[in-house]
Design a protein around this ligand. Sequence first.
Ligand code: AMP
Length: 547
Amino acid sequence: MALQSTMMNYALTPVHFLERAGRYFPKVEIVSLLPDRTLHRTTYGEFHRRARSLAAGLQAAGLRRGDRVATLMWNHYAHLEAYLGIPAAGGVIHPLNLRLHLDDLAYIANHAEDRFLIVDDALLPLAEQVRSRVKFDRVFVAPLSGASVPSGYEDYEAMLKAAPADFSYPDFDENEPLGMCYTSGTTGRPRGVVYSHRSTTIHTYNITLLGGMTITNRDVVCACVPMFHVNAWGMPYACTMIGAKQVFLGPHLDPVTVLDTFEREQVTCSAGVPTVWLGVLDLLDREPGRWKLQPELRLVIGGSAAPEAMIRGFDRHGINVIHAWGMTETSPTCTFAVLKRGMEKLPEDEQYAYRSKQGIPHPFVDLRVRGADGEVPPDGKTMGEIQVSGPYVTSRYYAMEPDPEKFTPDGWLRTGDVGVVDDEGFVKLTDRTKDLIKSGGEWISSVDLENEIMGHPAVAEAAVIAVPDPKWDERPLAVVVLKPGAQATATEINKFLEGKFAKWWLPDGYAFIDEIPRTSTGKFLKSALRERFAVSYGAESRRGGQR
Ligand code: AMP
């Protein structure tokens, strides 16, 4: 008979993290700035008790295995309870992105067949609207403000109090679903991705232990990314697994609150999209020395490209930036850009060039860059589509027909991101497929242009889009937001770019606006810019760079 492994068949499940945190880290704090700005403090000991009560309460309320429980919640302790308590009951947590349009929210909740909803009392007006379009069986309100729960709703706290004490976990199959997220869908309908206990466990391991975040039980972690944006990139699970103190900011992601909190709670690790960090960096530059931050503070920046100027800017304040890339379909983090041993001896500019790439893939994530003729050479120049596969990469979308535009016949996810790969294996994103600029038959990278333009001292933000051109088919237009009080003209910015790119890459036009429209997760909404400037950019650009 063939030799069999003697190892136990032990299910990989984040529910184990809940037990571990309760047993080994009962005194470690979980701090939440609630929607009304009250500061709430609890511990993993209390969290363990309450998350188990939530699981028992949901079962008593009729939750069946695999039922979806939606959340409409900000970042705080009760959302963390839902992260672990819902899967512990055998349910599937489905955080709803409360910044979406009501039509999308209703579509998503109906498509996922969300059966229960847990909502912050501060979000009741929104819940009321969603409820008029989605038939939930039960709706529980977390009374964070201390006010009583209005009639027609059930009280989350009362459910926890009344929960049977004799709860025991179901027997999990590690491939069972644990959570769901929908893509933000800037084009077409949002699509659902279902994470399993196993995929979430492996993703948690990777982000906790890798050279990127390297979270230990001595860390204080503050996720500056909403828990409804791909599970706050996995940080709540990572901290619970490892026993790190967690700090939540509710809806309060303004730079002063972020920095005050980092100082007060001695935060050592955080993560978020560039939009959040832009404001924080600007404030640090304006008021250097105002905040006493931890020397080991590091920021994971992803969701859209972290401009090199931002990485350099935080370095000036002694704050290390780790650039990461991923997507809803990949749980999300897939790559980190961390210098390899020896790279710290490279000239400074080369080090920054590596650090502003998206990095190398995590263990278990296979990554390839495919051009028209198969895999592109690792020359850092030839562009192709980034494709990934791995145990926490989705192989299809929930309840949708197989889509050859999104998955290859040999089983890879087509990310829709275009990039190049160098001989160190570092990937650099140059575009989204749909944002590519094709000028005279050649590709121009909008991301490269944006990153350089954002290095101009007068520029706060820049998005580069393709606009139709009778001669070249498409040409780049730079949409620029200047820093408050700063001035720059199109000619000055173009001068700044000269020598950094081939001449024909330089934008033909500049539009200076007050604010770049964003998606619900804080990315540039380029489709809106294209709509706005497709015809009119000539006129807008002639206005010049004065605000
Ligand atoms: P989402 O599913 O909403 O997280 O969006 C995923 C998409 O965000 C990716 O396919 C990329 O286009 C973009 N993205 C995420 N991280 C980065 C990054 N570090 N640099 C550039 N684009 C990024």
